[in-house]
Write a protein that binds this ligand. Structure first.
Ligand code: F0G
Length: 470
């Protein structure tokens, strides 16, 4: 495995340009606003991009979640929805697709990823147990905490350093995991919570070597290993690109091998699977699955629909198959890399190496004059919207929330603003416009004064918090 990889992908993608393996058949007009309109809209939204109306946004890079463009085949599949309460044909298609491409034995659908996170957390965590994970994700950790678990970050140190070029910054540090087990005993570990292309670290991948080593470690200590498979297809692409022995293997083969080292997975199909809604929980253990099938009825719906319409399950089944095509993943991540190359040429600070689903601007280096209490990443998201109507998302101190014990802000090392690229939605020309806007905001960085909180919700505060300029 190479110690360092090039920052972006000129070389990695080969000399030839990449292009999307599809053409456009339907379009949605965009609204272009004036600066005055944006100032009004942002003030009304409490300087929180989550509270803007979508109509007030020009290029929407808030998230890649549920914002995918579906294919003609997926739309055709929607018409084949079997809207039976029980035993819908589309459920069996979804189950077969998950079994074939992810390799797990049993599947329950859920309305989206956090529905599955809720189920696995309730089923597999006893109050007081520890849940080691490769960096937290907001909803994942909250469900673990609500089930009485204590999240412990066991990701490699490099993941917290936006400038480190380590190729697999998503890897678990086995030394940290061992220390946790040595201190508390294996029976105090609920499970290892492993995520593909770690979102909060900047979309950074986990290596196959790491998941294999984790599997042996977990076998040795009789600890279960569950996977957040939300962006695991994208993780497979990084393995193909960077890890010895995988260059000649297909994305589908790599995905299946990776999942085979884990005991089950939860999934937000709204990302990799190219749909607008849906998720699932998959498990190999029949007893645990029996419990999941029981619990899903309480919170999501019967075990053959889990909160989804039949047509949605059909769209996911087709989306899974489209998502593992090498040409699709190559162009999807190729577009993210393209934006990274433009920003790199402009010397804008962002997390390296470029991740799978987004560019994460480094707000600390944008605004070294702002303290973390002045919410630099939130400020950057606000400034970018004001400049251009581009919507991004804070992934820093606001997202990290408060420590449930002390009530203080958690101060994460990473203070990032995420430019998230929806799949199959925007063109290369849109990426050019985004790069120009980011450059303009960077050029005006000394004028930024920061924000203060005026309203703070108790849970997942970043979604609905309100701010005022300092
Ligand atoms: N796991 C990861 C890694 C995620 O990124 C998300 C959602 C979830 C779980 C929860 O899935 O939204 O379907 O309930 N991430 C979105 C984002 C919200 O914008 O990154 P969900």
């Amino acid at each position: 495995m190479p110690e360092h990889v090039p920052v972006t992908t000129g070389q990695q993608l080969g000399r030839r340009s990449w292009a999307e393996p599809w053409k456009i058949k339907m379009v949605e007009p965009l609204w272009m606003s004036t600066r005055e309109e944006r100032e009004r809209a942002l003030a009304e939204a409490g300087y929180n991009t989550f509270l803007l109306r979508s109509e007030e946004v020009y290029i929407d890079l808030l998230t890649d979640s549920g914002t995918n463009a579906m294919s003609d085949r997926q739309w055709a599949g929607m018409i084949l929805g079997d809207e039976a309460y029980a035993g819908s044909r589309n459920f069996y298609r979804l189950e077969a697709a998950v079994q074939r491409y992810y390799g797990y034995a049993h599947v329950v659908p859920t309305h989206q990823g956090r529905g599955a996170e809720h189920l696995i957390s309730q089923l597999a965590i006893k109050p007081g147990q520890f849940v080691p994970g490769n960096m937290y994700f907001t909803t994942t950790r909250l469900h673990q905490e609500r089930a009485g678990g204590v999240f412990v970050d066991v990701i490699r140190d490099e993941a917290h350093d936006p400038e480190s070029l380590y190729p697999f910054k998503g890897d678990v540090d086995l030394g940290k995991l061992e220390a946790l087990v040595a201190e508390h005993g294996a029976e105090q570990i609920a499970y290892v919570s492993l995520a593909g292309t770690v979102n909060m670290a900047g979309g950074q991948p986990v290596s196959m070597a790491n998941v294999k080593a984790l599997r042996s470690f977990c076998d040795e200590h009789a600890i279960r290993l569950f996977l957040d498979a939300t962006r695991m297809v994208e993780n497979a692409w990084f393995i193909q690109e960077r890890e010895d022995g995988y260059a000649g293997r297909s994305i589908a083969e790599i995905l299946l091998e990776f999942c085979s080292y884990t005991d089950g997975a939860w999934m937000s199909a709204k990302k990799d699977s190219l749909v607008n809604i849906g998720g699932w929980l998959a498990l190999n253990d029949s007893d645990l699955f029996e419990e999941a099938r029981n619990l899903v009825v309480v919170f999501e719906g019967l075990h053959t629909y889990g909160g989804l319409a039949g047509r949605d399950m059909e769209a996911i089944a087709i989306g899974i198959e489209e998502s593992v095509q090498d040409a699709h993943v190559r162009s999807r991540i190729g577009q993210v890399y393209y934006l990274g190359e433009l920003l790199e040429a402009a010397d804008v600070p962002f997390v390296r190496p470029v991740g799978g689903h987004a560019i994460f601007l480094d707000a600390r280096r944008f605004y070294p004059h702002l303290s973390q209490d002045a919410f630099p990443a939130q400020t950057l998201a606000a400034e970018l919207y004001l400049d251009s109507g581009i919507r991004s998302m804070e992934r820093g101190i606001v997202s990290a929330g408060r420590d449930p014990k002390t009530g203080d802000h958690r101060y994460p090392k990473l203070e990032l603003t995420r430019l998230t690229i929806p799949r199959r939605v925007y063109t290369q020309a849109h990426m050019d416009v985004v790069a120009e806007a980011v450059q303009a905001v960077y050029a005006a960085r000394e004028n930024a004064r920061g924000l203060k909180l005026t309203y703070e919700p108790r849970l997942l505060r970043f979604f609905q918090a309100r701010f005022e300029p300092l």
